[in-house]
Design a protein around this ligand. Structure first.
Ligand code: FVH
Length: 299
C-alpha cells in the first residue's frame, strides 16, 4: 500500500488551501482566501456551485480525493456533522499529514469525535465556529472561535484572520462549538421573545414592523444589564444589594396577558417557571440572576 505521508512530503501542492463545500458560507470563505492572494482549490458535491469561484481563479477539483491532495490545509464547510463524516471518511488516508479545519456547525461532542478520528488518522485538527453571516466574511466584524490543535491554530492564524477576528478556546476541540451554541441559544431566545411580543400586539393591530421599531432599541438598551448580571453570577452572592429580586420579577401577569390575547404563552411561561422555581425554593428576595442556578443544576 502507498505510504501517503511520504507522498505528501514529496508532493508539490497545487494550491495553498482547499475548501470543501461551496454553500453560502463555504463560497464566502473561499472568495476571501482568493482575495487575500492565496491559491485555492475547491470541491462541492454539486459541481455547478463552483462556477463563480473558478471564473475568479480557483481550481475546482473533480473529487474530494483530488481536492484533499491539492493542499496541505483542508477546510470543511458542509451542512452538518453527518455530511462531514460522509465526505471525509473515504479520504482518511489522503488527509494524513495535512491539517483539517472544520467550520461546519457541530455539537461539542461531534467536534470531539471528529478530532479523535483525525488524530487516529494522523491529521491535524482545528474546529471552527463561525459567528458571522457570509457577508461579514473578509472583515474583522465577524468572529470565528477555534479549538483543537494549538500548533495548527498558531501556524494558520494569518490565514484564519483573513476571514474574521479569530479567537482560540483551547486544545479540547469541543470548546469552540460550546461557546458558539451558547451564543446562539441567547440569540434564538431573544428572537423568540420578539416573535412572542409581536404576536401579543398583533391582536391590537400593531404590525411586526411597528413592534420591531420599538423593541429593537429597548432590547439594545437592556443588553447593558448583562455585565451586571454576569458580576452577580460570577460573584455567587445573590443577596447583593441593588439587584431586581425574583419576587419583583414574577411574570405571571405577562403569561396571563398572553393567554387573554389568545397567544401561546410558552416562551414567557418557560421563564416564569424558572423564576417560580427559585421563589418556591425560598429565594424570592434574592436577585433575578439566581435563575442561572436552576439552569446549571438542570432542574
Ligand atoms: N450561512 C450562515 O450564515 C451560517 C453562519 C454560521 C455558520 N454556518 C454554518 O456553516 C456551514 C455551512 O453553511 P452554509 O451557509 O454554507 O450552508 P448551505 O448554503 O446550505 O450549504 C451547505 C453545503 O453543504 C453541502 N452538503 C450538504 N450535505 C452534504 C453531503 N451529504 N455531502 C457533501 N456535501 C454536502 C452542500 O452541497 P450541495 O448541496 O451544494 O451539493 C453545500 O455545499 C453550516 O454548518 C452552517 O451551520 C453558516
Amino acid at each position: 500500500m502507498e505510504d501517503v505521508s511520504e507522498t505528501i512530503r514529496n508532493s508539490t501542492h497545487t494550491s495553498d488551501i482547499t475548501v470543501l463545500g461551496l454553500g453560502a458560507m463555504g463560497s464566502a470563505l473561499a472568495a476571501a482566501l482568493l482575495s487575500s492572494g492565496r491559491s485555492v482549490t475547491v470541491w462541492n458535491r454539486t459541481p455547478a456551485r463552483a462556477t463563480d469561484l473558478v471564473d475568479r481563479g480557483t481550481d475546482a477539483a473533480g473529487s474530494v480525493r483530488e481536492a484533499v491532495l491539492a493542499s496541505p490545509v483542508v477546510i470543511a464547510c458542509l451542512l452538518k456533522h453527518a455530511s462531514v463524516e460522509e465526505t471525509l471518511a473515504p479520504v482518511a488516508d489522503e488527509l494524513r499529514g495535512r491539517t483539517l479545519v472544520n467550520v461546519t456547525t457541530t455539537s461539542p461532542n461531534e467536534a470531539r469525535a471528529l478530532a479523535a478520528w483525525a488524530a487516529e488518522h494522523g491529521v491535524g485538527y482545528l474546529d471552527g465556529a463561525i459567528m458571522a453571516v457570509p457577508a461579514m466574511i473578509g472583515s474583522r466584524a465577524g468572529q470565528i472561535f477555534y479549538s483543537g490543535s494549538r500548533a495548527a491554530y498558531d501556524t494558520l492564524l494569518p490565514t484564519l484572520d483573513v476571514w474574521a477576528t479569530s479567537e482560540y478556546h483551547g486544545e479540547d476541540a469541543g470548546r469552540a462549538s460550546l461557546v458558539d451554541l451558547a451564543m446562539l441559544s441567547g440569540m434564538y431566545q431573544m428572537f423568540t421573545g420578539f416573535f412572542h411580543g409581536a404576536a401579543m400586539v398583533a391582536s391590537m393591530g400593531m404590525s411586526a414592523a411597528d413592534f420591531a421599531a420599538r423593541q429593537a432599541p429597548f432590547l439594545a438598551a437592556m443588553t447593558e444589564g448583562l455585565d451586571g448580571y454576569a458580576k452577580v453570577i460570577d460573584g455567587g452572592d445573590y443577596t447583593v444589594a441593588g439587584q431586581q429580586s425574583l419576587e419583583f420579577s414574577d411574570l405571571a401577569h405577562i403569561v396571563r396577558a398572553s393567554e387573554e390575547e389568545g397567544v401561546d404563552p410558552s416562551p414567557i411561561a418557560a421563564v416564569q417557571a424558572l423564576i417560580s422555581g427559585q421563589i418556591a425554593a425560598g429565594h424570592g428576595s434574592e436577585a433575578l440572576a439566581r435563575v442561572y442556578e436552576s439552569l446549571r443544576s438542570g432542574s
